[in-house]
Design a protein around this ligand. Structure first.
Ligand SMILES: Cc1cc2nc3c(=O)[nH]c(=O)nc-3n(C[C@H](O)[C@H](O)[C@H](O)COP(=O)(O)OP(=O)(O)OC[C@H]3O[C@@H](n4cnc5c(N)ncnc54)[C@H](O)[C@@H]3O)c2cc1C
Ligand code: SF4
Ligand code: SF4
Length: 400
């Protein structure tokens, strides 16, 4: 048999099927995303893929959500106490500072997160093992492009008995937890889950377009999507050592954010529901909207588990992180796009459920309850549009 076409339609290119199945290889296609390629997949492997694939499985163990943002033990604004970490990271550097604290306090042996190869080639995003502060800071800041997250995860986990912290997009967290549930030998190997908020993964074609727009006859050797400031600039460094840059509003607003994967449009969790701590941009606001004027970086953090709460308190006490109180109702003004999305996506998910013949398992993510917060008329319009896009996407994949 081949991989189910509905799974391929909802694929986010994570590479987990390559890790659990024989003869599956992820391939970068002309649409600028990774896709699994396989001549045939046997029954047992297909069963494993159906169980681990985060494209169709996002399961919250409890699913008792009190707010539109999911379960939150407490929320805070925070930033790395070390000004170099704060400056070089995406937002306030909380994710990197927590990772460094976990390593230096001996709570984990290593951290698994996405980085590039040693040369910093922007096309080489993949899962890396960080064992030191220097490793973490080599890989901090968001990369708005596809990454090969799980292709080699079983080789990594099978090669030692180390305990890891895992950093990823919400769908990466779902993928890792699905793997652990399906293969109980990995139980206890991931000590902490740290999520970054996520508006969607742009294709590599979007990166290429942004590079082209900067216009230079030299080859682009490295790309920094943001960081080195807040939000920082999309900065391209060329073979001759020179660099050019554009603002976050231009890069994300006009190019990258407009070319996101189909799966991201039906994402039941862009806010890190399954993580111990989920962090995003605590944007300053002007006239009720986020203000992207350069400033000192700051995260807002949703601390979602008791373990996450203990970790954050200890990291603050140890001087790795500074935090201040945050009223969770303020997050809708910092993140108006995510707030609206949490309500609208339920209708898109409903379309995907129907069009896939109910192959999705998005449990405990609050999508149905949140969908009821907008008018059924508006919701139905979204549902119909999404059903059309689903059919179109499935057909398009068949022709690739
Ligand atoms: C595609 C994408 C969309 C995003 N959309 C939003 C949004 O809508 N709202 C919002 O508030 N924040 C969004 N973010 C997250 C935001 O950019 C910051 O990562 C987050 O605020 C954490 O900041 P930090 O300073 O703590 O992170 P840092 O300390 O800089 O650490 C960032 C971590 O993210 C990891 N990482 C980077 N790129 C990827 C990737 N492609 N896949 C998996 N892991 C990666 C790095 O390995 C690093 O460990 C998005 C990030 C990405 C990658
Ligand atoms: S989402 Fe991941 S596991 Fe699912 S089909 Fe795509 S690459 Fe494979
Ligand atoms: S929007 Fe959802 S599916 Fe898309 S990359 Fe982000 S977490 Fe994954």
């Amino acid at each position: 048999m081949t991989i189910d076409r509905d799974i391929l339609t909802l694929c986010n290119g994570c590479g987990l099927c390559e890790a659990v199945g024989q003869g599956i290889k992820m391939q970068l296609k002309s649409d600028g995303f990774y896709h699994p390629q396989a001549r045939s997949v046997d029954h047992a492997d297909m069963k494993a893929i159906r169980s681990v694939c985060p494209g169709i499985n996002v399961r919250h163990p409890k699913g008792s959500h009190h707010s539109i943002w999911g379960d939150v033990v407490r929320a805070c604004n925070a930033w790395a106490h070390d000004s170099d970490i704060r400056h070089s990271s995406s937002s306030g550097g909380v994710t990197s500072a927590l990772a460094i604290y976990l390593l230096e306090s001996g709570k984990v042996d290593a951290v698994l997160h996405v980085g590039t190869d040693e040369k910093g080639d922007y096309r080489s995003n993949h899962l890396c093992i960080s064992r030191s502060r220097e490793d973490i800071l080599l890989r901090n800041a968001s990369r708005y492009a596809p990454a090969q997250v799980f292709n080699h995860i079983r080789t990594i986990l099978d090669s030692d008995n180390a305990t890891y912290a895992f950093i990823g997009k919400p769908c990466d967290i779902a993928g890792m937890q699905n793997l652990v549930k399906t293969f109980p030998q990995y139980e206890g190997r991931i000590g902490y889950y740290l999520a970054i908020f996520c508006a969607g993964i742009p294709s590599f074609n979007a990166t290429e377009q942004a590079i082209k727009q900067l216009g230079h006859d030299q080859e682009a050797v490295s790309v920094r999507y943001r960081g080195d400031g807040w939000p920082g600039y999309f900065t391209v460094t060329y073979a001759d050592g020179t660099s050019r840059r554009m603002t976050y509003s231009e890069s994300w607003g006009k190019i990258l954010g407009r070319q996101i994967a189909f799966r991201c449009k039906v994402c039941p969790d862009s806010v890190g529901l399954l993580a111990d701590i989920a962090s995003g941009d605590a944007w300053n606001t002007r006239d009720g909207y986020p203000d992207f004027t350069e400033a000192e970086g700051r995260n807002f953090c949703f601390i979602r588990t008791q373990k996450g709460d203990d970790l954050m308190r200890q990291a603050v006490e140890a001087g790795y992180i500074d935090e201040e109180q945050l009223d969770i109702d303020q997050v809708r003004f910092m993140q108006p796009y995510q707030y609206r999305r949490r309500m609208e996506t339920g209708w898109r998910i409903a379309a995907a459920y129907i069009m896939s013949g109910f192959k999705l398992h998005f449990h405990g993510t609050g999508w149905l309850r949140n969908a009821m917060k907008i008018s059924p008329k508006a919701g139905l319009r979204i549902l119909i549009g999404s059903a059309r896009r689903y059919r179109w996407r499935k057909k398009e994949l068949q022709q690739q």
